[in-house]
Design a protein around this ligand. Structure first.
Ligand code: AHR
Length: 768
């Protein structure tokens, strides 16, 4: 029997919540997104500053090699750039093809007929030849330069006569002797808006039509030393402006070096080009990764950094930092409106530090919208601490982050429905399901309809991470993948693009009929229970399982916990039960790790776990792995101490999970099941053009009919994603998945068959 069509009745003259700046992007230099990515500079380690603080394998000569009989010596005294003190001395004992080569980021991509600009500093009274070569040693372009005895700056223009994916830049010494070389920069002429941004990547971002850009991180912002002059300092915006050669090279917490060539000025400019709001994230004198807090009485520099940044962005020429901006070539203010203090701050140290910074900002700049952090988890005591503090402080927005399984997203589509329509409004500053497969994109689309429908509470959203260089992966999934010459727009990208490009000013009220909800039976909480060591050693005893329905108690064996071991306790097939055990961690083994009590385990990809001393021995967390995709259900700050005898108890009652340590409640949560609707839908209107935008998503593997009634005559387009395998992906080689576009016109209502696993954006204009 054919299923009844769902009826979606939209009130075209009604007016719901405003959608404002709903869709944005989040740029962080992770996965070589900036250096080696969006920052178009092709030379890696151009200033010879790489060191072991950035990455254990780095030296000042990383990405450089000697050519011919040259010898290379890294020097750290006498450079023109005191904050970047290193340079290289190249010595050629003979005359011949001797010199130094930079191999870029696993090669450089050079296009036939394209022009490239080279700049560098050198000394040494010698004639040199600089060339772009392919890996066979063939010259693609070259030029000659006569060097002065003392440091001076030089530039050259190249035009490539052939294409190469494996090009390198070589400096040949034309006689024997030595030269000093520093601050080498090579850019293609063909960049985005003639700036420092790689064109294809910047265009891919621009196409998203973001309303805001959150930058520059992420953990990049707050994970580092509090002293901005240290090599591994947390992100200090003042280090990132001015001549790129003079910006102090820093450790990037994602395990590499950041040249800071893409700095705050370039980020602001990019936002201006994208016509989007800049949304900077500042550290707040508290590094939760290292538990390092600036004493409260020494917070003034952090307060000043925030005030100065606003002045840099918005101040006139008559202000100190406004004048700096003008001197960089931008007399017009950048109109900064949003500012986030903190990224994913956990711990009691954050709220008072946020408070003093926020107070100073609000006193001087009351119109700036300030964003508090809700921490890295979608629930739990740190999440609640974030909310309480944000409310107390009158924050305008609060930044939530979550990376979860598709089932978590499907279970949470109505997460914000009951949130109040008042400050702090929700900013979903980082989120993603766990893959770049087609199904993930469809689920994200369904979730976004839920977020749009909750626009009374949710103001801003952005997917994370944004970019990933194929050869330097820190994190997956990512919205856009790239290598030196190609870009891969994922299905997730196309969902963001469809949803962001087509968005009304405000929601249109809608009524749904015949929309069934299908309850999933996924992931029961029964199955194997086991103890896993995350690196620590210890002992377990007094182990028992209690059947909560009849009180039966089963005693289990004692055992030792070896590092990285897994010990099965029992197979538990009860609707409600408790697991009790005593645990003592040994002072041997990893002290930054605890144990996991795994439960409800079906197989290696499907289980729940209670992490006791999880992450860096900082959490008690309840998580799940659902078809290999993780989700976090509850988190509480907790650290295991060695030699203490802990009494641990896990209680499962249906879907409710509670954990206790020494009789104290640690976690409590309900592991929600996905409830899958026949169709997920949202509707909005662009007032000026009288257009309705209706988004409809089918996450099920069967087609479903819908009738969308608007009243009146409409014509426009339907943009859709459909017809792909659940696991299909786009790759650098092949774009399999991209939206289709079809003209549509109808009177009063539109009948549409939503294909299995499909996303539709219907954009229609009312006809007179
Ligand atoms: O987006 C990747 C990382 O995830 C961000 O740096 C951090 O904020 C989060 O943990």
């Amino acid at each position: 029997m054919k299923k009844e069509a769902s009826e979606i009745k939209i009130d075209f003259s009604g007016k719901g919540s405003s959608l404002g700046d709903f869709y944005g992007i989040f740029f962080e230099d992770i996965n070589h997104s900036a250096d080696g990515g969006l920052y178009a500079q092709m030379v890696q380690n151009g200033s010879f500053e790489f060191c072991t603080t950035d990455n254990a394998s780095y030296t000042p000569l990383t990405a450089w090699e000697a050519v011919g009989e040259a010898t290379l010596k890294a020097k750290n005294k006498g450079s023109l750039f005191p904050k970047n003190p290193c340079y290289v001395e190249v010595y050629a004992i003979t005359q011949g093809k001797n010199g130094i080569r930079n191999t870029g980021y696993n090669g450089m991509y050079v296009k036939k007929g394209e022009k490239y600009s080279l700049s560098f500093f050198a000394k040494g009274a010698m004639d040199i030849t600089v060339a772009l070569e392919n890996s066979r040693g063939e010259t693609l372009a070259s030029g000659d330069v006569s060097l002065n005895e003392e440091w001076d700056s030089y530039s050259l223009e190249f035009k490539a006569k052939a294409e190469a994916l494996d090009a390198s830049l070589v400096f040949y010494l034309n006689s024997h002797g030595r030269i000093g070389l520093d601050a080498v920069m090579l850019f293609p002429h063909d960049t985005y808006k003639n700036g420092v941004w790689r064109k294809d990547l910047a265009c891919a971002l621009e196409e998203l039509k973001p309303k805001f850009m959150r930058f520059p991180g992420g953990c990049l912002v707050h994970d580092g030393a509090l002293n901005p002059d240290e090599r591994d300092a947390c992100y200090c915006w003042k280090n990132t402006i001015g001549a790129p050669q003079a910006r102090p090279s820093k450790r990037n917490n994602w395990g590499y070096n950041q040249s800071l060539g893409l700095g705050y000025y370039e980020y602001f400019l990019l936002c201006e080009h994208f016509k989007c709001q800049p949304l900077p994230v500042l550290p707040a004198g508290w590094n939760p990764h290292r538990q390092d807090a600036c004493p409260m009485e020494q917070m003034q520099p952090w307060i000043d950094d925030a005030l100065d940044l606003i002045e840099f962005a918005n101040g006139g020429e008559d202000t100190y930092w406004g004048k700096v901006r003008c001197s960089l070539g931008h007399p017009k203010p950048f109109k900064l409106k949003y500012l986030a203090i903190g990224n994913e701050e956990v711990g009691e140290e954050f709220p008072p530090r946020y408070s003093v910074i926020a107070k100073a900002i609000k006193e001087k700049y009351p119109k700036i919208k300030l964003i508090h952090s809700a921490g890295p988890f979608p629930d739990g005591s740190e999440y609640r601490r974030g909310y309480e503090a944000a409310r107390k402080d009158g924050a305008d927005l609060i930044d939530e982050h979550y990376y979860s399984s598709t089932n978590w997203f499907l279970a949470n589509i109505h997460r914000y429905d009951k949130f109040p329509a008042k400050k702090p409004k929700v900013f979903i500053g980082e989120y993603a399901t766990k893959a770049n497969e087609y199904y993930n994109a469809v689920v994200e689309a369904a979730y976004l309809t839920g977020m749009e429908n909750a626009a009374h509470a949710v103001s801003l959203t952005c997917y994370a991470p944004l970019l990933c260089h194929n050869d330097y992966v820190n994190w997956r999934p990512d919205l856009i993948w790239f290598d030196n010459s190609r870009v891969c727009k994922t299905p997730n990208y196309y969902v963001q693009k469809l949803f962001s490009n087509h968005l009304g000013d405000y929601l249109l009220p809608l009524e749904k009929k015949n929309v069934k909800t299908h309850h999933s039976l996924a992931m029961p909480l029964t199955g194997d229970a086991e103890i896993v060591s995350d690196g620590c050693e210890g002992w377990i005893w007094d182990v028992s399982v209690v059947n909560l329905q009849n009180g039966d108690v089963t005693q289990l064996n004692n055992f030792d916990v070896a590092p990285y071991s897994k010990t099965c306790l029992s197979n538990i097939n009860l609707p409600s039960y408790e697991i009790h055990l005593s645990f003592k961690r040994s002072p041997d083994g990893r002290q930054d790790k605890g144990i996991w009590l795994v439960f409800g385990k079906e197989d290696d990809k499907n289980s729940f776990r209670w992490e006791i001393g999880g992450w860096q021995n900082q959490d008690s967390a309840v998580t799940s792995s659902d078809q290999g995709e993780n989700a976090l259900w509850d988190q509480h700050i907790f650290s295991i101490e060695s030699e203490h005898e802990y009494k641990l108890c896990l209680r499962v009652e249906g879907r409710k999970i509670s954990t206790f340590v020494d009789g104290n409640l640690m976690n409590t949560c309900e592991a929600l099941l996905p409830q899958i609707d026949d169709v997920y839908v949202s509707a909005s209107k662009i007032k000026k053009t009288d257009e309705a935008i209706i988004k409809a998503v089918n996450v099920r593997e069967e087609a479903h009919d819908v009738r969308i009634s608007l009243g009146g005559t409409y014509s426009g387009f339907v943009y859709s994603l459909s017809g792909y395998d659940k696991h299909a992906c786009n790759t650098l080689e092949k774009e399999l998945i991209s939206p289709k576009e079809e003209a549509v016109s109808f009177k009063d209502s539109l009948n549409l068959t939503l294909e299995p696993l499909s996303v539709y954006v219907i954009r229609v204009k009312k006809q007179a």
